[in-house]
Design a protein around this ligand. Sequence first.
Ligand SMILES: Cc1cc2nc3c(=O)[nH]c(=O)nc-3n(C[C@H](O)[C@H](O)[C@H](O)COP(=O)(O)O)c2cc1C
Length: 322
Amino acid sequence: MDYYFAPMEGITGYIFRNAHRACYPGIDKYFSPFISPNSNTYMNSREKNDVLPEHNSSLTLIPQILTNRAADFLGTLNELADCGYREVNLNLGCPSGTVVPKGKGSGFLAFPERLDAFLEEVCWGAENRGMKISIKTRLGLEDEEEFPILLKIYNRYPIKELIVHPRLRIDYYGNHPRMESFSYAVKESRAPVCYNGNLFSHSDLETFGSDFPDVKAVMMGRGLLSSPGLCSAPLKTEDERKNLRRFHDLIYDGYREISFGDKNVLFKMKEFWFFFIRRFAGGEKLLKKIRKAQKLSDYEAAVNAVFASLPILTEADMTGMN
Ligand SMILES: Cc1cc2nc3c(=O)[nH]c(=O)nc-3n(C[C@H](O)[C@H](O)[C@H](O)COP(=O)(O)O)c2cc1C
């Protein structure tokens, strides 16, 4: 099985990815949080910095693009090709209220004819540049019946891989992934299918593997944020505690080193802890302390207390989380 780290805007930037790679080897591909081009610039300085080859030399990165304009997609793809990338991923899953009304992310799924024309243009353009396109998609906006129509479109193009997050836009990240529609994708897709959604533990991974023996790749997001060692060899509890600490410190030091300003460092670390705290039992009180911290010293005191006092959850506790 190949393991992919899902793109997570605001969290899985290059500092996070390098820290993860250093502490928890085992991920075959990392996907960048979406790059959102516009007619003025294909990538802003933050996005360029995130995909710079020298910031990603220890890992395999697939940059992700969010747009519904073929010219912008191809402009971004060309810049990424110049950096040495050979694959880009198209975001057809983002459910956000600021993205969907613009017809992007999962909002693009409401316009199958436009999507078809877009794919025709970008697949030609990609081929001419020697680039491959993979797609990360939801099943549709409101109804699973939308999916067969979308899949028929995807099947017309030389898509490298179809990553299916089997939820609708209206599900956001709630409800259970719709596994019947995922089975349909496995059966009907011309492109190899990768599964994404609600894999939180080794036992979730095992169950998935035995239910879908033909699927050769899975992508994980929240599961890896709360159990960063999910795809690495398991460690004894005390070694795991040390490794979690090292992972945290690499991220924290990384943000401080890029002279972001304390306020931004705290903001980023608070986002990180929203998921990371789930690795520990009874973390609610200390999470509140972390969230309230206005100074790095308060933050560090709360974090030291987490590592010193909270038990690490067992594998069984992490199974089927949401
Ligand atoms: C905070 C956050 C940020 C995300 N950012 C992106 C993104 O930039 N691109 C994308 O395709 N999906 C994004 N996602 C969706 C995840 O990649 C993934 O599809 C989703 O979390 C379901 O997988 P999981 O159950 O393994 O977490 C984001 C999700 C969250 C919670």
